[in-house]
Ligand binder design. Structure first.
Ligand code: SAH
Ligand code: SF4
Length: 356
């Protein structure tokens, strides 16, 4: 199969390719419908196209899900490790999380991550490269495909897993791969491709201030999450060395602009809580002050155990006390349990384990 991913092309780029090959724009629409609406496994499956066109396309482009190199399945989440069909190779993780009758897909944007968060498995792996838009979307295509992982077979009623939400919370810092991330969001919301509402897409960032500002200008109006994890710059420097270039005050100022540009939409602040590091009463006071004028939602996430660092989550009582104090300081806060502790769902953990 050719290496060139169909998913790397916008609709206009693909329509231009078709035009150059003497095909009507109408057929470009049909191919996109098969690829994105039906999660087609091959060009062969695109039965309303001529045999000739299907063969032409199959010689040029790669389409369809990847067979995962490893699968880790739990009750609520399934994680895939994908070996990418790229000249430079590389593997990434992505996760499908059950949300009632539909699913959320968690996608990676880079191989490794240079933010180097001490509590994160991905942060221990230096960033090898950015993923292309096609490689980001290929994760979603692979997560939607049924029958790859020996779980559920495809049925006439449900030929693929219905993924209603996408979060950019896998490996990598989305705003260190700004072009790939933005192009992926555009394809997710493009009605000729995935056709999702931006309100069902969440971009999560460690807080790359200039890129938050640039993203605001794009007007894409997705949900925005900041991995805050600290209430002051000193703790943040310790936990997230590569993110501390921008002081928290500036991160929050950039979030405020995002909220204002999106009609007052709150920004979510993720707070991985770690015993003795960021779980003190003083921290709740600082958080209250930091977010006082910002439409926000704070998600407290108990640390998933990581093998490389001597860190652990506080006790339940301590976490509850932390949340209680946050509320007293006026914060809108809730506890979020990771849905995939048993499958190493925190980003980068499956890949880290495979590589020893
Ligand atoms: N780099 C971006 C996108 C990845 S999101 C970002 O950090 O926002 C990955 C999420 O998983 C982050 O919110 C991070 O704080 C969280 N995470 C990483 N390691 C974790 C662990 N050991 N336990 C719980 N959450 C973790
Ligand atoms: Fe990178 Fe996010 Fe992991 Fe930090 S938490 S190392 S920013 S992927």
């Amino acid at each position: 199969m050719p290496e060139r991913l169909l998913y790397n092309l916008t609709f206009d780029e693909f329509a231009a390719w078709m035009n150059k090959h003497g095909e009507k724009p109408f057929h470009a629409r049909q191919v996109f419908e098969w690829a994105y609406r039906h999660n087609a496994a091959s060009f062969e499956d695109m039965t309303n196209l001529s045999k000739e066109l299907r063969l032409d396309l199959a010689e040029t482009f790669r389409v369809g899900p990847l067979q995962p190199a490893a699968v880790s399945a739990g009750a609520e989440a399934t994680k895939l490790l994908l070996n990418l069909p790229h000249e430079k190779g590389g593997s990434v993780e992505c996760v499908r999380i059950r949300m009632g009758n539909t699913y959320t897909a968690c996608l990676s944007t880079q191989i490794g991550c240079n933010v180097r968060c001490t509590f994160c498995a991905t942060g221990q792996q230096q960033c090898e490269r950015n993923l292309s838009v096609g490689e980001i979307l290929l994760q979603l295509i692979s997560l939607r495909a049924k029958g790859l992982t020996g779980e559920e077979p495809a049925t006439a009623d449900e030929p693929f897993y219905p993924v209603s939400n996408v979060v950019f919370m896998g490996m990598g810092e989305p705003f260190h791969n700004y072009p790939g991330t933005v192009a992926a969001v555009r394809m997710l919301t493009d009605k000729r491709a995935f056709g999702m509402s931006p309100s069902r897409i969440t971009v999560s960032t460690s807080g790359v201030v200039p890129m938050i500002r640039r993203y605001t200008q794009e007007g894409l109006r997705t949900e925005l999450t900041i991995s805050l994890n600290a209430s002051n710059d000193e703790v943040r420097q310790r936990l997230m060395p590569g993110a501390s270039k921008w002081p928290l005050s500036e991160v929050v100022a950039a979030c405020k602009e995002y909220s204002e540009a999106t009609g007052g939409q709150p920004v979510t602040f993720a707070y991985v809580i770690i015993e003795g590091v960021n779980d003190l009463l003083d921290h709740t006071r600082e958080l209250g002050k930091l977010l006082r004028h910002q439409p926000h939602h704070v998600n407290v996430i108990p640390l998933n155990p990581v093998s490389h660092a001597n860190l652990r989550a506080p006790s339940k009582e301590r976490i509850n006390a932390f949340i209680h104090h946050c509320r007293q300081f006026g914060l809108n806060v809730s506890l979020r349990h990771s849905k995939g502790v048993e499958i190493d769902a925190a980003c980068g953990q499956l890949r880290a384990r495979r590589q020893g």
